[in-house]
Each structure stands twice: as C-alpha cells, then as structure tokens.
Design a protein around this ligand. Structure first.
Ligand code: XIL
Length: 933
C-alpha cells in the first residue's frame, strides 16, 4: 500500500516536474557475456539486495528515468551505512577472483543533497571503499570499481553514501558484475625460485665446517675428534667461546628449502660446560636488516652427564624472508659450550593445507570491545601468513624488530629494519604497538655498563636512557599508537610487594640509575609526545601478571608514579596503560588473571593484554585433552576480557601459529603448524558456547592427617613420629621422575612439625636460586579458604639438604626451626613451623602440601609432590591438599618407622578415630559433553 502511494507520488512528480526529456537511457553495458556474473535491472521483484542499517529498500516501477521504469529505492537513511548490500555468496562470487562492478542510479530532483555528498561502493566487513562519486539532485550517477574477493575479510558489496550524504535517498537502477580474473596461479605470484637442493646429513667426518658459521662472530667452531655421534664416524663440531645466549653455530639453508614446504630439522648435541644448560635448535627467516623471525624448533635441558641428545622438529617455510634462512643452535646459558653432530634437514612431503578462509574473524567478533593484535615479523606480511594476520587482527607488535638491540648498528642508530616493518604494517592497514624502549634483555649492554661490564655512573646512564628514548620515540612518531616504555622491571613473586622499589629486578638500568629509571623513562617519552602533540599511549609491560604478589608491586609502582605526575600536571596520567603479557599455561588460574586486571583497572589506566599465549603439551604435540584444556583457559580468559572490556585496549597474541611461536615446543597459540584453527580458536570467538560444551571435573584434593604431638627438631627421628601416618610424596610435576620420599606431620597448639625422608641419588645445591637445590618445601594455608593467592597465614617453607632455609613470603621465618641429616645421597629434614594466624583446634583442617626438588648439575630436574600437579602452589593455595589435625589415628593408618639413630623399628598403636573429609580442588580434568558443531 505504502509502496503504491509512493509510486503514484513519484509518477506525479516525474510528470509534473520532469516532463518527457528526463527519461534517460539505461546504463550501456556490453551484451551479457560469459563473464557477466550478475545483471540486475529490477525486472522481477525477487529480493537479492539486503538492507544495511536502518535504510528502507523498495522495488519501484513506473520510474521515468529508466527505460524499463524499474529501480530500487533506498530511503529513510540516517547513516552513511544505511544502504543496500549484495552478498558475495548469493551472487556466487568466488574467493580470490577479481570482479568489476558498475552501479547506475539516480537522485530525485527535490532531494536535499548537501555539498560534498557522495555515493560510495564499499566492501564489508573490512569497510574498504572501492570507489566514490559526488551526487546531485536530479542527476544520474554511474560508478565503477574493480575488486578482488577475500572471503576472510569481506562478504558483501555495499552501495552507500559518505557521511555528508547520510540522509540522501537514492535509486539504484542497474547493477552489473563481471568477472575480470581468476586467482593468479601461485607460481606467477611467487618469484622464481630454483628447486631446492637436498641437504646431505652433515656429519663433519671430512673435517669441514660445511657452511657452519659463528652466529655472533666470536664463537670458536672446530671440527674435533674429541666426540662423535655419527655411527661408525669419529668427528663432531665443537662450539666454544660463546658470549651471548643467541651465539652458536649457524648454517644458511635457503637453497635447500622449497618455499611453502614443511621440513624436519634435527641435530645431535652433547653438552661440555656448564653442568646443565638449555639448548635450542632454531631457524631464522630473514636477515637482520629484514626484521628476521626466529623460530624455535625444540629446546631441551641437557646435562653434562647425558650422552648425545637429539633436538628435532618440523617447520613449514611459508616464507623464506629475503632469501636468507638459517638453521642454528643456541643456549640460554651464554657461556655454554657443546658439540653438535649429524645435522639434517629433510622435506616431509606433508601437503600444504589450504588456509581456512571462511573462519569468523576474531577482530570482527571483538570489534566493539578491543583491538586484536599479534606479534609478527616482516616475513608475516606475505602470502597465507598475511591472510591469517589481516583476517583476524587489526594491530601488530614487532616480535623482535623494535627492541633496543635492533635500533643500533655499531652504537649508531639504525632504524632500517624497523622502518620496513612499520611501513609494511601500515600499508596493510594494521595499527602498530611499539615494543620496547627500556628492557634488561635484547638491549645493548653499553647503554648501562662499560666494556668491563661495570655499571655506568648514574648521569652517564641517564644520558643514554634519554638519547635512546627521545630518538626512538621521535623517529617513529605517531606511526605507532602506543609504546611499551618499560618492560619486565619487577621481580617474580616478590615477598614484600608493598615495597615496589625493593621488588624491582636487579637489571642493568636499575643498577646504574636506581629505581627512578622507570619514572624517568616515562617522563622522557611523554615529553617527546607532548611536544609533538601526538596521541600515543605509554605502557608499563610485564609477565607473570597473574601472580598477586607481582601484580601488587606493579600496582604500587604505577600508583605512586602516576600520583606524583598527576599532582604536578592537573591530574594527567604519566603511565597510560599496564600491559599484562599473558604468557600463561594450562594451570594458570583465570581468577588470578581477573584479580590482577581489576586491580590494574582500579588505577584508572587502560589494560592491554600484550603477549597472550597458553602453553600445553610438549615436543610440539598436544593430546586431545591438552588441546581442550588450553581452549578452556582461552575461553575463560576471553570471558574475563569481555566482562572488563571497557578497561581493555587490546588483546595481542604472541605469534600467528604454533610453528612460529617462541614457545613452539608447547603449542601455545590458536592456529596449529599448518595454520589451521585449533579448539582454542573456537574458544576465543565464542567462549560461552565453548564452555557450554564442556563439563569441568575437579578431582578431589588429597586428604592427609597430622597426629598430635611435639617432637624435638634435631634431625633425629623421635618415637613420636611413628604416631603420624605417612604422606607419600609420589606425584611428579614433570616427565622426569627423580628424588621421592615420605613425610609425616605432627601438630600441637603452637606449631606444625614436618619430617621428610628423601631418597636421592646425588646431592646438589650449586645453582644460584634456592628452588634449584635438592630441597624440601612445605606449603601451608592455615585458613583453608582455598584462596587463589597468598594471604596472612599462608606460606612456602623450603629447606635444602644442608639445612639452609628460604621462605615465601619472607616474614614467615620467625620462630621457624629446621634440622637435616644426610645419609649418603639420602637426607632427612625436620621442620617446626609456627602457626601465625590460628590456634589450631583438634580435628580442624588446614591447606597443606609437601614437595621434593631434585637438582642435578645446578638445575632442578624433577619435582615430586604429595598433592598438587599444577606447580602453582608457590602462588595459589587453592591447589594444596588438605590436612586434618587429628587427635588420634587408627593403627591401620600407620606404617612402622625407623626411629632414633639405632635403626630399631617401632610399631605404633593408637586409638581409633578417623576423620574423613573430602574437599574439592586439585587436579582438574575436562570432559567433552557433545561434539563441537
Ligand atoms: C621473545 C620473542 O618472542 C623471541 O623471538 C625472542 O627470541 C625473545 O623474546 N616478553 C617480551 C617479549 O616482552 O619481547 C619476548 O619475546 C617474550 C617475553
């Protein structure tokens, strides 16, 4: 009815105001050919156009400005996007095909058309304009554009207006879409590359280096007969005089790589020195000037006692950088020396899987909440990697290219690689986050130390700090939206976080300048930005952000620095944002992430999740359960992020796919090595739906009993210990099963007493860190609240075989006593732990766990524990087991014990009262209820 009225009015208008002459010819198009995909002249009323926004679309006839009198009227417009859409799928437009589109139309003569009003053709969902043209009342328009369909980015073509024309109603009288080109064959896109040669396994038997070079230039590489792995051979390559963690033997391999193919890389290594070290097999793609990517293939902790160890893994070379690819071996111990042998690189012939182009875009899902970023290198700006990057993200961080190390060449600024990175990102329409200005790693040490490694004088270091920050911030200007000004300044799990200055990492910057280097850094950066009138947000960025002690220290620091600045500057912020790196694992408690996020947001700063990844599995493999556990944490995290979105600026993942992740061994990302979406991807785009598909099964925490009694703490086993049941320390947190033991616990009104007998094969406390010694740890939560973070009454007590104690938090050491006895390579620890917040009642319960650390050659290789397998007990009491402070224990629960030094066995008989309490907590399993649709 409405349409009819409209029609009558229109016809009247046409007749009255535009007599005869205004009937205009149709848009002239070539006769329909095979290439014509769609030709619409509105002869039928079949509705193929879709309404966008609040526009009203009506098919009208009797129009006097078209030959057939038919057209589509788009009116009731209030926004530029109140428009008419055509869906690619409905028209049959194919991915990566190129089309031309021509749209003809008309604007009524009495239409109020503001100056500058334009008709616009755009692609949705990327909102890319493909052409635009001014429109005028009483005139026809004809607009043509060419576009290539990218289904990962767009699904519709839109006929809309610009902002000036947002109220203008218009007619569409004809639309023609023709195919211009099929996707370019891969070969023609690819630059010509010679087919790869085959690399013969390098055995060093002929005494040659076979192209291996010192990565850092100073390392000594010699073929030697001191060691050999090759069956029947006698030589290996010896690697000595390394000075930095990234030093080591490196081999150029681009000529052995067919771009796009997957390869299996392997090398045998044998450690020479120190006693234990992490060794990594990696592959670098792109030269230093290109903004290379560094891909860890496999990392293993090896010990000098180990024989040869194999490092291996697969990597798909979807990029070959600027024709510079290497295979190299490095160690996080800068001075480690080692042998390598039998280096091989073999094409796996695993098919390249098509990247999934029809996945829901992550950045699209969260476009109203926060930006979605990724950490990339220049080799990610091409091919499938670029498709994945642009399809799901709108922000990038340079994974390595913009770190202080890359800003210099022989102590002179050299931003070539960085500039290339930033330009590539901007050309792709991606925003850039600057990472990083001030950090203790991947930075030239001369910034804060002299050649002998001694700290520079404060003033000299401040000059370097100022020059570095001013030059870098000024150089990049507002091509970045934000900077990590200071990265990782805080210690892990600081025992007294209220004292943030005392909680700072002993970094080179801190040692040279003092704790105000942080505030100074922000002020220097802020001055440059303010002088130029740029809008760039300044971030403090750190990891282990879920640890409540560390979060508290960061909170105190940002609070104080911002309050100082605000007092002088009308309440303005100096630190705009806190970056929660988010390098998590499947045991991370999402509640702690929520707590930290809320704590930071309460400072009125924005929060960025800046380096998100969640490790799960090992050796590059994940079981179905590990995939689901990982996805489960991602889903929980994204619920938390969504709930707090008004405080969150961006969520940046640390890498595009598992193969290129810095923690590649533990497959931490949303896309697998073939860039296929994992369960974690589906969890991220729809956390609620994902979680609804799973049932969480919380395994019961172990329940143990302490008997009533007071022993002497002298390293001898008093008879009274025989009255306490044994707690077996028989669960292992890692794959390696080293020292184990048994514990017994006694209590009285003042103290808890713990006896641990450890079976070890070697005693070692050569490491710097206490937790890397052969030692015993007791965890206590007096309140048994199952809190996810430490509060008063919670503590971790550690005693090594030499009776050296350490505590977390530090304050709990008061009144603590311990004694140890060593018997060969076995040892015994006795502890007296004062209750600090409770006077225990009989048969009450406390949270409790007990752990044995087994160190070999200066590093902890195995952790045995009574209850918790997550390894989070140092910060999360909810993972502890439960201990009943019993008044009496049934004889059947007791095991004989060798007491005193005589070695006699006493069987202890006690009264019968067994209290059984079962509480939820501890191990968590996930069970799939139904299949993912
Ligand atoms: C890592 C990169 O991912 C690796 O390629 C590089 O070898 C070491 O640095 N916190 C940070 C990041 O702020 O810069 C680190 O990136 C990961 C931890």
């Amino acid at each position: 009815m409405r349409k009819l009225t409209r029609l009558v009015v229109l016809m009247l208008v046409a007749v009255l105001i535009f007599p005869s002459k205004l009937v205009t010819p149709l848009l002239v198009v070539d006769a329909e050919s095979e290439t014509t995909i769609f030709h619409e002249t509105f002869d039928s009323e079949e509705m193929v156009f879709l309404q966008s926004g609040g526009a009203s679309l009506s098919y009208l006839s009797g129009l006097d400005f078209t030959e057939n009198g038919h057209g589509l009227y788009v009116d009731r417009r209030m926004n530029d996007y109140d428009a008419a859409d055509l869906a690619f799928a409905q028209l049959g437009l194919e991915d990566r095909h190129t089309y031309s589109v021509t749209v003809a139309g008309y604007v009524d003569v009495d239409e109020d058309v503001p100056a500058g009003a334009e008709i616009v053709l755009s692609l949705v969902d990327s909102y890319t304009w493909i052409n635009n043209l001014e429109i005028n009342a009483g005139e026809q328009f004809e607009l043509t554009a060419e576009f290539t369909v990218d289904l990962l980015m767009d699904e519709k073509i839109r006929i809309q207006s610009n902002e000036n024309g947002k109220n203008v109603s218009f007619y569409v009288t004809e639309v023609v879409i023709e195919e211009v080109g099929a996707p370019a064959a891969e070969a023609s896109v690819e630059e010509e590359r010679k087919p790869a040669k085959q690399l013969e396994t390098i055995t060093f038997e002929d005494g040659e280096l076979h192209g291996f070079e010192a990565r850092g230039g100073n390392e000594l590489l010699t073929v030697t007969d001191e060691a050999n792995y090759t069956p029947g051979g006698s030589s290996a390559l010896k690697v000595e005089s390394r000075q930095q963690d990234w030093n080591g033997p490196s081999l150029r391999i681009e000529q052995f790589i067919d771009k796009g193919s997957e390869y299996h890389l392997s090398v045998w290594v044998k450690l020479i020195d120190p006693g234990s070290a992490e060794i990594t097999l990696s592959s670098q793609i792109g030269s230093g000037d290109f903004g290379a990517s560094y891909n860890n293939i496999q990392t293993k902790t090896v010990s000098v006692d180990d024989n040869w160890i194999k490092l291996e893994g697969t990597y798909r070379y979807s990029s070959v950088g600027d024709e510079y690819v290497t295979l190299y071996i490095e160690s996080s111990s800068p001075n480690a020396s080692f042998y390598i042998d039998d280096v091989s690189l073999i094409k796996t012939n695993t098919d390249l899987l098509e990247i999934q182009r029809n996945l829901t875009s992550i950045s699209e899902v969260y476009k109203d909440y926060f930006m979605i970023g990724n950490a990339v290198s220049t080799s990610d700006f091409a091919g499938d990697r670029l498709t994945l990057l642009k399809g799901h993200h709108n922000l990038v961080t340079a994974e390595n290219a913009m770190k202080p190390d890359s800003a210099y060449n022989n102590r002179h600024f050299d931003f070539n690689a960085e500039d290339m990175f930033v330009q590539m990102a901007l050309d792709e329409g991606l925003a850039v986050h600057g990472h990083v200005l001030v950090w203790h790693q991947q930075s030239p040490e001369w910034l804060w130390a002299d050649d002998a490694g001694e700290s520079l004088a404060r003033e000299d270091a401040l000059v370097n700090l100022r020059t570095h920050i001013e030059t870098t911030v000024a150089h990049f200007g507002d091509s970045v939206i934000s900077w990590d000004v200071v990265n990782e300044a805080m210690n892990d799990n600081p025992p007294n976080p209220e004292d943030w200055q005392g909680s700072l990492r002993q970094s080179g910057w801190l040692q040279a300048i003092g704790p105000d280097y942080i505030e100074e850094s922000f002020r220097i950066a802020k001055d440059v930005i303010d002088q130029n009138g740029w809008d760039i947000k300044l971030y403090y960025n750190d990891y282990n952000d879920d640890n409540q002690q560390k979060a508290e220290a960061i909170y105190q620091m940002v609070k104080e620095i911002n309050e100082n600045y605000a007092a002088e500057n009308d309440g303005e912020l100096l630190i705009d944002g806190i970056g929660m790196q988010g390098h998590y694992n499947i045991n991370t408690n999402p509640e702690n992430v929520r707590l930290s996020l809320e704590k930071f947001a309460s400072l009125g700063v924005e929060v960025g999740v800046t380096e998100l990844d969640v490790t799960s599995g090992s050796d590059g493999e994940q079981t179905e359960e590990e995939l689901n556990q990982q996805a489960y944490l991602y889903a929980r995290l994204f619920q938390i992020y969504r709930d707090n979105h008004e405080h969150i600026s961006r969520i940046t993942f640390w890498g595009l796919d598992d193969g290129s992740s810095w923690r590649s061994d533990q497959s931490p990302l949303l896309f697998d090595r073939n860039m296929q979406a994992k369960p974690a991807y589906y969890a991220v785009i729809n956390p609620d739906e994902f979680l609804a598909d799973f049932e969480v099964i919380e395994a019961d925490a172990r329940l143990g009993k302490a008997a009533y009694g007071t022993p002497e703490i002298d390293g001898k086993i008093d008879d009274i210990w025989g009255e306490a049941p044994v707690l077996p320390i028989d669960r292992y947190q890692g794959a390696w099963h080293g020292a184990s033991g048994e514990a017994r616990v006694l209590w009285d009104e003042e103290n808890l007493y713990v006896l641990v007998e450890v079976n070890d094969s070697e005693l070692d406390k050569t490491a710097e860190d206490d937790d890397q010694h052969d030692s015993v740890e007791v965890f206590i939560e007096e309140s048994k609240q199952k809190s996810t973070f430490y509060q008063d009454g919670d503590g971790q007590y550690r005693v090594n075989f030499d009776n050296e104690a350490s505590f977390s938090p530090e304050g709990i050491s008061e009144g603590f006593e311990s004694a140890t006895t060593i018997d060969g390579t076995n040892y015994l620890v006795e502890m007296k732990i004062p209750f600090t917040t409770i006077t225990p009642e009989a048969n009450s319960e406390i949270g409790f766990d007990i752990q044995i650390n087994d160190a070999v050659n200066g590093s902890r290789e195995s952790v045995a524990i009574w209850n918790d397998l997550s390894g989070m007990g140092f910060q999360d009491p909810s993972v502890f087991g439960n201990l009943t402070l019993a008044t009496s224990v049934d004889q059947s629960e007791l095991t004989p014990i060798e007491t005193g030094s005589s070695g006699s066995t006493t069987l202890i008989v006690s009264l019968i009262i067994a209290a059984i309490v079962i509480t939820a907590g501890g191990l968590t399993l996930y069970h799939k209820k139904r299949r993912n649709q």
